[in-house]
Design a binder for this molecule. Structure first.
Ligand code: FAD
Length: 484
């Protein structure tokens, strides 16, 4: 496909999950591809996100399980007091990161992708500038360019990060020490996962949330059951509706808390450490976006559903953006899916993304997951389109597998259209919720009806029967549903 007058068919800026999948897919389809990376191959997910955090959650989750004397004794098991080595848990994460990073780099090399180490930027239409690590600046031409520069932790004003006593997830994944008392600012999925890790390893946590309630981005019913288990039942104290207006690193770390509404100082805390988990910001500064006329939206690069970058409501030819920098469902699998779709469109296929069927999971013990519409959005859609919204709940306490595990505190909520049975969304809290959601995600991608899904046989005894029960209950409520 390469036109002789371009250096590359495709240049990808950023080798995170989005950039990696795009570059690999393009090279496998015969394109001449270069990928530019300024930091570590694999980006946030591999080096500072999904991979190390899940390694820490795996190890700390085992500690939690082995330390749960009541649960074990109910199963007839008596174990010795559990001991762990923090450094070895940290090493497990580091080794996994390095393995996955090396494999990913080799995969790209084997596919024929040219890896260029340096900082990339646009230099006008179909041109990319690179400031290499050795200081040399080069400019390459490419028929197509994909921006996949990801995101970085957001640190609110007034908070000083020293990387030792006040840090973000970028540092926390190293598990350099275990503070006796740690404040976690933010109760989104990153805050919750680290609260899970720290409490399992014996730390006391204070969770500070600026919005009125903790876990503000989760479904209300899920929050009720999940917060009871993941927060109230643990060594976690919560403060919501308050802003950590100033945080000063040191021993101790000083936190000034202000009332969210009035901004009046209400309390001062002294803790051993603070993890700032207040969201992420797109990495789009210094990309020279103005050379192609792109205006960002709070730093996010606007794209259409084929991943083409938008300027003045029109797609810019040959310029694409994928992953966290676009601000859509900021997850690794979204970035990867967007990367593949961008390349398919470059290859002349007409592919669009379906954000509604992309699942999300929080890997606490137990897990939380969701896919599709939130209840409020489903309600708004039902009012707009004039159909009745169906909501059913299926409980883990009625599931044989969950009961056998003595882990039956769990809930699945399914949202669907009562007129035609179409699945609109699902929210799950409970054992293996992250795996369970995939089935609903696949159904949602096909816009399946609960009437058809209710006929599909599920293995007994498995947790998947929680989903089956939800489908069956929902099917009963669908207008004109036949039970024969
Ligand atoms: C603690 C934590 C846990 C997470 N857990 C999960 C999880 O369990 N599941 C999940 O799906 N997601 C998870 N995520 C989110 C996931 O990591 C991101 O959604 C994903 O990494 C986004 O991929 P990306 O390719 O868009 O960007 P990134 O992974 O951020 O990669 C972008 C890359 O571009 C490089 N770059 C930036 N600017 C330039 C430039 N100018 N020139 C060259 N290179 C540049 C960066 O160095 C980086 O390597 C987690 C995130 C965090 C922080």
């Amino acid at each position: 496909m390469s036109e002789a007058n371009f250096d590359f068919d495709l240049i990808v800026i950023g080798a995170g999950y989005g950039g990696f999948d795009a570059a690999k897919h393009a090279a496998e389809h015969g394109l001449k591809v270069a990928i530019i990376e300024s930091r570590d191959m694999g980006g946030t997910c591999v080096n500072r996100g999904c991979v190390p955090s899940k390694a820490l959650l795996a190890a700390s989750g085992k500690v939690r399980e082995l330390a749960d004397v009541n649960h074990l004794s109910s199963l007839g098991i008596h174990s010795a007091p559990v001991r762990f080595e923090r450094q070895k848990i940290a090493d497990h994460a580091t080794k996994l990161v390095s393995n996955i990073r090396n494999n990913l780099t080799k995969t790209l090399e084997r596919s024929g992708v040219e890896i260029i180490r340096g900082i990339g930027r646009l230099e006008g239409h179909q041109k990319v500038g690179i400031r290499q690590k050795d200081g040399v600046d080069r400019i390459f031409s490419a028929e197509n360019v994909i921006i996949a520069t990801g995101s970085d932790p957001f640190v609110p004003p007034g908070i000083e990060i020293d990387g030792r006593t006040v840090f973000t997830s970028d540092h926390a994944i190293n598990l350099e020490w275990l503070p006796r008392w740690i404040a976690i600012i933010g109760s989104g999925y990153i805050g919750l996962e680290f609260a899970d890790i720290y409490t399992a390893l014996g730390c006391e946590v204070t969770m500070i949330e600026a919005l009125e309630t903790v876990m503000p981005t989760f479904d209300v019913d899920i929050v009720k059951i999940a917060s009871r288990n993941l927060i109230d039942a643990r060594d976690i104290d919560t403060k919501s509706g308050v802003l950590a207006s100033r945080i000063t690193p040191g021993c101790p770390v000083r936190i000034e808390l202000s009332e969210m509404k009035t901004k009046k100082l209400i309390e001062e805390l002294e803790v051993d450490a603070v993890l700032v988990a207040t969201g992420r910001v797109p990495t789009s500064k210094n990309l020279n976006l103005d050379t192609v006329g792109v205006e960002t939206n709070r730093g996010y690069i606007p794209i259409d559903n084929s991943m083409q970058v938008i300027s003045n409501d029109k797609p810019i030819p040959n310029l694409w953006a994928v992953g966290d920098v676009t601000g859509k469902l900021m997850l690794a699998h979204t970035a990867a899916a967007q990367g593949t779709i961008a390349v398919d469109n470059i290859l002349g296929k007409d592919r669009k993304i379906d954000y509604r069927s992309i699942p999300a999971a929080t890997f606490t013990h137990p897990e939380i997951s969701s896919v599709g519409l939130a209840q409020d959005d489903a309600k708004a859609l039902s009012e707009k389109e004039g159909f009745e919204l169906g909501i059913v709940r299926s409980y883990f306490k009625a599931n044989s597998k969950a009961l056998a595990e003595l882990e039956s505190d769990g809930l699945m909520k399914l949202l669907f259209r009562k007129d035609n049975g179409e699945v609109l969304g699902a929210h799950i809290y409970g054992l293996h919720a992250a795996d369970l959601i995939q089935e609903v995600s696949n159904a949602l991608a096909r816009r399946s009806s609960v009437c058809d899904l209710a006929l599909e046989v599920h293995t007994h005894p498995t947790l998947s029967e929680v989903v089956e029960v939800a489908y069956k209950q929902a099917a009963q409520q669908v207008v004109n549903h036949s039970t024969t």
